[in-house]
Design a protein around this ligand. Structure first.
Ligand code: 4FN
Length: 250
């Protein structure tokens, strides 16, 4: 996979290219990265690519022509000759694990990172295939959202995670929150490790973990449960949890 970012701050991407599983995978040649700075395509010697908004108001808007040229330059550097152009934007549909899995199948992503108040709407109409957001909060630019998307996508590219099982076992990839995790020491600040995890009974351990995942999902993210079908074992455990909570109420 090749990922290109259209960004005024290429150095920000040193964090994802230089560290952790994404950094190692880049060194191994499992993906490639290129930043394209739209300042290269400014129509003025000073390199500014923003201007004041028509209609007035605060802040500046990124101009369409230099962004357009940057995207076209990125397209010439794709493996496929085109590539999907994604604008990281609070107007976009929220990023999900399913969307990350879809993007992980593609050979070329071009990630457009906004700054200032955003980008001229005509550029979005002419050149953007898809808008994706990562949450309902104000940020200063699209670079961190782009890197979050990259991390989520790259983990799903074959070979990026050394151990295939850890990608499958992660919470969310099966639509439930994670169960609690424990390691040494067996006691910390008066708190013991749940006995079942030290029992060696792997059937019981798996069932305990599933029950914990269901409890947490029900308590903290019931929206996730609503969107997901349950296998018989999960339905049975969930009934048990709900009955237990009704018993406490009465
Ligand atoms: N943000 C909101 C409403 C209106 C504007 C913003 C905002 C960066 C270029 C966009 C924000 C949030 C999630 C990109 C926020 C994201 C961005 C994202 C983003 C500079 C213009 C801007 C959501 C609070 C109602 C600034 C909310 N995911 N504007 O933050 O790019 O990807």
């Amino acid at each position: 996979m090749k990922i290109q970012a259209i960004t005024l701050f290429p150095e920000m991407f040193d964090s994802i290219t230089g560290y952790g599983v994404t950094g190692r995978a880049l060194q191994q040649g499992l993906w490639r990265f290129e930043a394209v700075n739209p300042r290269r395509f400014a129509d003025n010697k000073l390199g500014y690519i923003d201007d004041r908004p028509f209609g007035g108001g605060p802040g500046m808007i990124m101009m369409a022509p230099p962004i357009y040229d940057a995207i076209e330059a990125a397209r010439t550097q794709t493996q496929s000759g085109r590539g999907r152009v994604i604008y990281l934007s609070p107007q976009g549909a929220p990023l999900t694990h399913a969307k990350a899995a879809e993007l992980a199948q593609l050979s070329d992503l071009i990630l457009l990172c906004g700054r200032y108040e955003g980008i001229d709407e005509r550029l979005l109409q002419s050149s953007v295939d898809e808008e994706i957001g990562i949450g309902d909060f104000v940020v200063s630019g699209g670079e961190l959202p782009a890197m979050m998307l990259m991390d989520a996508v790259l983990r799903l590219v074959p070979g990026v995670l050394g151990d295939v099982r850890s990608a499958e076992q992660d919470s969310f990839s099966d639509g439930l929150l994670d169960c609690p995790h424990y390691t040494r020491p067996t006691e910390f600040q008066g708190m013991a490790v749940p006995e079942v995890l030290r029992s060696g009974n792997h059937g019981l351990i798996a069932e305990w973990r599933l029950e914990q995942s269901l409890r947490r999902t029900l308590a903290r993210r019931p929206d996730l449960l609503a969107r997901r079908s349950l296998i018989p074992q999960e339905a049975r455990l969930l009934q048990k949890i709900k009955q237990e909570q009704r018993d406490i109420q009465s």
